[in-house]
Design a protein around this ligand. Structure first.
Ligand code: NAD
Ligand code: MG
Length: 395
């Protein structure tokens, strides 16, 4: 095999679930990948440990209050330390970065993604919220700047892998698989009593808190439908969700001749992360291999969109277009945050989102500032709703 080019990476959100697993991939392939930039929001302890191990040129800590602590610890290693959102954006201009992995969670991923595209850096994106909020803007800018975007989300990586060698063949439809989350099969009565601890206990994947709750409400799959629409340029009717509790088939593509291609593997995010970083090459990995005999049965179910209303909201938002996906994203971020702080109950997450969809200002053709303002407006609405109506005592 031809020698693979080395790549200097910027990992945004290196202390998170995806960021840490990406560093594991880098650890396994130190001959190919090196770390140029690491960033975190406020986990300074882990950021310092990672910096000492991977020796980046620069680290950025989101919270300015932690700057001096991180700088003091990293001084002996000659690693530059910056803080705050502005520095995070500036750092993305560095010519020594060959690829940016966006592993931030939530709306916070949008500006760094746009800045990386403007700086002409190829991107591996785990941050689905960026596509939900401003998928049209992000993909248009990437086309204009001829910047490639490689999906990290396992379903989208699966679709991308199925499309390899098929770029001239139209896609009839795609199937995004869903595990169904920890509450698959539950009814509203059961869901009215579930706790944060129950919701965080995902059957197949270990992930950050926000995406774990999104998986429990099925909002995660809704956000992924919108992400797929933009990544692969599909119409909403071409994107179907099928529940596959074993989480072995990561997604499927159906072509115009009726043939279906699927990508399979044990649920381990290091695989899609590695593929995004090494595309078009496949690198060796020592991850455990799938054994058919351990899985004598693959099963499939229709998602329950009546009970898990968030998936329905995502389809509605996608059909409506404009800033509606941005509205559901902001409402969801606030509602999930409140649920994680025990301020609202599980079923109230969907209620908060629905109210925000009705109350927030709708914009048909938003530009970047509209997304930023809409995000702020919806957060305000959602917070006041949570304060007034959705207190635990009233639920
Ligand atoms: P996480 O909460 O574990 O990590 C988030 C990272 O972003 C941390 O490093 C944190 O310090 C940083 N961060 C958070 N808020 C920030 C802010 N305002 N500014 C700067 N940095 C900030 O999240 P995760 O589970 O790794 O998920 C990251 C993204 O990947 C999400 O969009 C998620 O939906 C997506 N994703 C995750 C998984 C998974 O297995 N964890 C799978 C598929 C997709
Ligand atoms: Mg996913």
């Amino acid at each position: 095999m031809e020698k693979i080019q080395t790549k200097r990476l910027a990992i945004l959100g290196s202390t998170g679930s995806i960021g840490s697993q990406a560093l594991d991939v880098v650890r396994q392939h130190a001959d190919i990948f090196s770390i140029e930039v690491l960033t975190a929001f406020n986990n300074s302890k882990l950021l310092i440990e990672q910096a000492i191990e991977f020796n980046p040129n620069v680290v950025v800590i989101g919270s300015p209050a932690l700057h001096d602590k991180v700088a003091a610890e990293l001084e002996p290693y000659n690693i530059k330390v910056y803080s705050g959102e502005k520095s995070l954006l500036q750092v993305l201009e560095m010519e020594t970065i060959d690829m940016v992995l966006v592993a931030l969670v939530g709306f916070a991923g949008l500006k760094p993604t746009l800045k990386a595209i403007e700086s002409g850096k190829p991107l591996a994106i785990a941050n689905k919220e960026t596509f939900v909020v401003a998928g049209e803007l992000v993909t248009r800018l990437a086309r204009e700047k001829a910047v490639n975007i490689y999906p990290v989300d396992s379903e989208h990586s699966a679709i991308f892998q199925c499309l390899a060698g098929e770029f001239h063949n139209p896609v009839e439809k795609i199937y995004l698989t869903a595990s169904g989350g920890p509450f698959r099969g539950a009814n509203r009565d059961f869901l009215s009593r579930v706790t944060k601890e129950d919701a965080l206990r995902h059957p197949n994947w270990s992930m950050g808190c926000k995406v774990s709750i999104d998986s429990a409400t099925l909002m995660n799959k809704g956000l992924e439908v919108i992400e797929a629409r933009w990544l692969f340029g599909l119409k909403p009717q071409q994107i179907e969700v099928v529940v596959h509790p074993q989480s072995i088939i990561h997604s499927l593509v159906q072509f115009e001749d009726g043939s279906i291609k699927a990508q399979l593997g044990l649920p381990d995010m290091r695989l899609p992360i590695q593929y995004a970083l090494s595309y078009p090459n496949r690198l060796k990995s020592s991850m455990p291999r799938f054994d058919f005999l351990n899985y004598p049965e693959f099963t499939f179910e229709k998602p329950d969109r009546e009970t898990f209303r968030c998936l329905d909201f995502a389809y509605t938002a996608l059909e409506k277009g404009g800033n509606m996906p941005c509205i559901i994203n902001a409402a969801n971020e606030v509602a999930v945050g409140a649920f994680l702080k025990d301020k609202i109950k599980f079923l109230a997450i969907a209620d908060v989102i629905e109210s925000c969809m009705n109350k927030a200002s709708f914009i048909h053709h938003p530009v970047l500032d509209d997304y930023i303002n809409s995000d702020l407006q919806v957060r305000e609405i959602a917070r006041s709703l949570i304060g007034q109506r959705f207190t635990p005592a009233q639920n």
